[in-house]
Design a binder for this molecule. Structure first.
Ligand SMILES: Nc1ncnc2c1ncn2[C@@H]1O[C@H](COP(=O)(O)OP(=O)(O)O)[C@@H](O)[C@H]1O
Ligand SMILES: [Mg+2]
Length: 601
């Protein structure tokens, strides 16, 4: 029954000793044979092993199982042939082994062959890996940031609690599946982690390009983006997500980890901020509009004030002008008052002078006739002188000589002519005085073109004017004016003669005659570039008898007469002058004559 170790040495021993796995042979309860590898594994020498019960180095309760199985095997049963178990070495160390058992007939007797493969290192590595795995799961699970992991086949391997809370899908439902899309979208499509794993950067750009996609600044190969997921939560959620590749030691991508950040509140705050900003901008726009309006109102106000100011200034100017006119009117009034009194005086003087000058004049005429007759008589005498005795003739000649008869004869005529001329001049002055003082006229009012009057008067005055000045006519169209034409001609004549007389001897002057229409009035200007009138005497020129001309040349009545005539026409006459430059007289006449109330037409 007992098998000697030597009996198997011939066949089994050399073979078994060459194996690296432990080989143990038992028959009955005791170990029949154990190879060197078995000694290495257990720490027992071949001698120590030999004869030991075959379950000796299995720890309880495994040893009982091993024992029972071994015994049953020897009885012909076939329990599990291969399993992993633990042995205790001689030093008390635990080692994992993979045990393969078979029964063999050796030298006609049944024996059990056990082979031991030391799998301690593998087991340790597995345990370590499992531990790491657990640690990783714990780390990921314990992370408050929603995080999930997929592997190279895009299968979800981790789905942490934060993820469950934020997304509302359980790890149990997702881990082991590829349904990561269902957490975010209604239809199947790759999510960012998928694209990181597959390396489809183009698709990443296509799907997330408009979601603020960017490369992670901290994790190599990772991307970040944000998006709104309407089906998440009650009103949808804004998520900010980062997906990073997971690499093995060779640098190959073996999965991806994606973290999520719920930025809904921040986004809402942003939206609220934008809304507030928009509100603010709208308010600012309204305020700006109001300000602009206020500014416009203010500007209008200022404009109104300016207009009012302008109006005021205009009024002021008008008032000033009115004041000037008033002063002028007052002057004219004073002048006309003066005229009236002087007119009365002149009428009296004229009347007084008229009579004597009348008879002096007629006497001179008679005297002239008489003297003529006397001279004729003397001629008759002279014709008879030859017949007179020489004595008488001598006496007559002596008397003639003594009387300077030849001179007398000539001078008498001249004296008479001069006297006649003198009285004529006096008569003319008296006539002027009478014209001047005459309150009303016998002439008829007629509508005439004053330009004709000006032209014909210039004709008559040509003798006075032509040696001293050129005449320039600047007429504009004027209507017919109701007037006393011959009296106005007298005025024009006086102005022309004055202008001509104002010209200096050493140069020819120019007399400019202008006409014009202003409203219901016609104006006439006679302007010269003569000596001008000193300011000191400018307001005296219309006074009767005021003259700066030598005796015989001026009477000082021309302008005062003119003044009276123009007044009679309800017109105005004024003068402006600059000494050394010239003088302008301006006459303004109403187109229609209005007979003063109670006056004879
Ligand atoms: N065009 C003029 N230029 C300069 N002085 C003038 C002119 N017209 C009038 N006068 C001045 O007015 C004075 C009065 O004129 P007027 O009444 O016509 O009298 P008269 O011509 O007989 O002197 C003149 O003596 C002269 O001093
Ligand atoms: Mg004169």
């Amino acid at each position: 029954m007992n098998l000697s170790p030597y009996s198997i040495s011939g066949t089994l021993f050399p073979l078994a000793e060459s194996l690296s796995s432990g080989i143990l042979l038992h028959r009955g309860d005791s170990i029949l044979f154990a190879n060197k590898a078995m000694s290495r594994l257990t720490g027992f020498t071949a001698e120590e092993l030999s004869g030991k019960p075959f379950w000796a180095f299995f720890p309880p309760p495994v040893c009982n199982t091993i024992r029972d199985r071994g015994r049953n095997r020897l009885k012909g049963e076939h329990p599990a042939a291969r399993y992993e178990t633990v042995i205790i070495t001689k030093s008390g160390e635990e080692r994992w082994v993979e045990l393969a058992v078979s029964q063999e007939d050796i030298e006609g007797e049944r024996a059990v062959v056990c082979s031991f493969i030391d799998i301690t290192e593998r087991k340790r590595a597995e345990a370590a890996q499992k531990q790491t795995q657990q640690l990783l799961t714990q780390i990921i699970d314990g992370d408050p940031v929603p995080t999930f992991v997929i592997n190279a086949k895009r299968v979800i391997t981790h789905w942490n609690q934060a993820c469950e809370q934020v997304i509302g899908m359980s790890a149990a439902d997702l881990i082991g599946t590829t349904k990561q899309w269902s957490a975010f979208y209604n239809t199947e499509r790759p999510i960012m982690a998928d694209l990181i794993v597959s390396g489809e950067i183009e698709n990443l750009l296509r799907l997330y390009g408009d979601k603020k996609l960017r490369r992670s600044p901290v994790i190599d190969g990772a991307y970040e983006a944000e998006d709104f997921f309407p089906q998440m939560g009650e009103h949808g959620r804004w998520l900010y997500f980062t997906a990073a590749p997971l690499r093995n030691a060779l640098g190959e991508v073996i999965g991806a980890i994606e973290t999520l950040q719920d930025i809904t509140e921040r986004k809402n705050a942003e939206t609220e901020l934008l809304r507030m900003q928009a509100d603010l901008e709208a308010t600012v726009a309204i305020r700006t509009e109001q300000l602009l309006q206020a500014k416009t109102t203010l500007e209008e106000d200022i404009a109104r004030r300016e207009t009012a100011e302008e109006e005021l200034l205009k009024r002021y100017a008008e008032l000033t002008e009115l004041n000037c006119l008033l002063q002028e009117a007052q002057q004219q009034l004073v002048q006309s008052e003066k005229m009236a009194s002087i007119g009365q005086l002149a009428a009296g003087v004229a009347h007084e002078i008229n009579n004597p000058i009348g008879y002096v004049n007629s006497n001179i005429r008679s005297l002239k006739g008489y003297v003529g007759q006397i001279l004729e008589l003397l001629d008759t005498y002279e014709a008879r002188e030859a017949a007179l005795p020489a004595e008488d003739l001598t006496a007559i000649k002596a008397a003639k000589k003594a009387a300077d008869f030849e001179f007398l004869r000539e001078d008498i005529g001249q004296l008479l002519s001069e006297s006649e001329e003198g009285t004529e001049r006096v008569r003319k002055i008296v006539q002027d005085l009478r014209d001047f003082s005459r309150a009303e006229t016998t002439q008829n009012w007629q509508a005439v073109d004053l330009r004709h009057g000006l032209d014909s008067t210039l004709n008559i005055a040509s003798n006075e004017v032509k040696y001293k000045a050129d005449v320039v006519r600047e007429y504009t169209d004027i209507p017919m004016v109701e007037c006393l034409p011959s009296q106005l001609n007298q005025v024009f004549m006086n102005l022309f003669v004055n202008a001509a007389q104002a010209m200096p001897d050493n140069r020819r002057g120019t007399i400019t005659v202008r006409t014009g229409l202003a409203g219901e009035e016609v104006w006439i200007e006679v302007a010269d570039n003569g000596a001008g009138i000193p300011a000191a005497i400018l307001d005296k020129v219309f006074d009767p008898f005021f003259t700066t001309k030598p005796v015989g040349k001026g009477t000082g009545l021309g302008l005062s007469l003119s003044y009276g005539i123009i007044q009679k026409h309800n017109g105005r006459i004024s003068v402006s002058s600059t000494p050394g430059v010239g003088t302008t007289f301006r006459i303004t006449l109403p187109i229609h004559h209005q007979a003063p109330v109670g006056a004879t037409p």
